[in-house]
Design a binder for this molecule. Structure first.
Ligand code: SF4
Ligand code: SF4
Length: 57
């Protein structure tokens, strides 16, 4: 399953988007978002996130 970002935790720092190797993360309304059709489940976003917002869905 793809990763997803918990909207209530994300502080929109943008760190995950620059780490994602496939460009699956973009800035959404109030939080960053992962395109589940693009995510390859590498876990880089979860590793870099300061607030542990990305989780495996
Ligand atoms: Fe991108 Fe990897 Fe996070 Fe998926 S798990 S959104 S591929 S950084
Ligand atoms: Fe949100 Fe975490 Fe990504 Fe920062 S690294 S934009 S807090 S999900």
């Amino acid at each position: 399953m793809a990763y997803r970002i918990q909207k209530d935790k994300c502080i929109s720092c943008g760190a995950c988007a620059s780490q994602c190797p496939v460009g699956a993360i973009s800035e959404g309304d109030g939080a960053y978002e992962i395109d589940p059709n693009v995510c390859i489940e590498c876990g880089a976003c979860a590793a870099i996130c300061p607030v542990e917002a990305p989780i495996q869905d």
